[in-house]
Each structure stands twice: as structure tokens, then as C-alpha cells.
Design a protein around this ligand. Sequence first.
Ligand code: GLY
Length: 281
Amino acid sequence: MGNVILIHGGVGSKGRVKENLDCILGKCKSDNPLESVVKSVVLLEDDPRFNAGTGSVIRIDGSIEMDAAVAIPGDFGAVINIKEVRNPVLVARDVMEKTPHIAIAGEGAVKFARRMGFENYNPETERTRENFIKMKEALLNAEEGDDRYAIMRKLIKEGIVEEPHDTVGAVARINGKFAAAVSTGGASPMMSGRVGDVPLIGAGIYCGEKGAVVATGIGEEIAKRLLCYRIYSRIGETKLSKILEEEIAYFNGKTAGAIAVSADEVASTSNGVMPTDQLEF
Ligand code: GLY
């Protein structure tokens, strides 16, 4: 099988962004898989309709804290709860390539980004501000005993908040080599400081000699399951699409999805609408 890049715009994103994905992929062809996935995620972060970079959701305290990660076989880099940068995925790549660490969080991540030349940037948009105000009002009025999922479902059903459209991601196999990249504003509603699956190796992202996998959905559930490593470790056991279907079925209604590439297959599955697109070359 030849070269392939596969991207997604987050489970819950609906088909409304499909045309954007087509246009993004056209710009991401490269003979370097890491270059391709990072470029894909940068373009997704720059599109305000996705919950990553510009357009990231606002947390309960009014802050925007973003997570991003990149992975290639044997290496990994992530930023956790980074603020005020335009492209968290680029900072994650610098963590992997320019530091001895695998992840840098919070203030340290912001300081590192500034030293690497990333300028101060406010990722808030009018839409995310409006959604924040609605979410906060609805949360304060939620009935006692409602759990996070029940509250979210109620808010979405009543049209008070938008259906969550979370993490964006990309995986690639180019010249037989793999890479993966992910970025998110998180899964609303959430506290300041909360960390999801994206910057946790094996949870929201994994890449090795057999393939690359990224996930989307409720980060806590994905991390508890170590979803991406679980999928990766099963590569070769049966068809890749069957592995993804079986693994996503486990979530039983709790929002989750994944995309993956192996040496000879490409697959994507989710339990909600998830725009995806792929480029073969
Ligand atoms: N999947 C993104 C998050 O839960 O933060």
C-alpha cells in the first residue's frame, strides 16, 4: 500500500466541516510523515470551527487551556494545559525534538513556547464565548444528582450548548514510516487544570513500528481504557477496521472515536458523527 494521511475533525463535529478537511489534506503532502500530520493539525487548529487552537472551548473558570501531542516510533512530545499560543501542536513537536522531556505543562509550557518564539495569542472566538456563557448558566441550574454526562446530554438536547466536537488529529504512513498528531481544547464542561487523553501517551495517541493511532471523545474514558495503545497492540490480530469497531463498542454511548493506519490498512470508527478524510499518494 502507498502513502496515506488520514485526518479527523473530532467526534461530534458533524459533516459541516468535511469540505474543510478536503481542502486541508491537499496542503499536507510531504515525504516526511511527522511533517504531514503536524501540518494537518496546524490547519485544523487554525480553523475556528474545530475545538483545538483557535476555537478551543472555554473552561468553567473562563480560561482556555489546550493539550497537544505528536508521536513517531520511539519518540513523543506533548504540551499540557498550555495557554495563549496559536498552535499547541508546534510546541509539542518542539518538546519532542528540542528537549529531553516528553511533556511540559502549564506555566512551564507557556514559558518554553515563548522561548521557542511562539507569540502571545488569544484563541477565543465569539462562538466559544457565547457557548461558555450558556454552558455556565446551564451548569449552575443543573439538578442535583445529575452526573456530568446526564447534564451534558440535557444541555445538548435543549440546544443550550453545542454538541461537543473535540480533539482534532492526524495519522500518516509515508514511505513505510508512521507519525501521529493530536490537539484539543478539551471536553466541556471541565475545570481549570483538568487533563484529558490527548497528551497521555497510549491514551489519546500512540505510534510505533506497526502503525499510528489517535483518539477523540471524552478524555477521561479514553485514558482509563488506554485506548490508542490497546488498538495499536492489536494491529495484525484481525482487520484494522474490526479492531477499531470492537474497541469503540466498549464505550457504550460515551462519546469516543479513533483513526488508525497500519502497514497495509487505514481505518476510522466512532460512536457519533466524526468527519474524516484521507489522502493517498
Ligand atoms: N478528547 C479530548 C479531551 O477529552 O480532552
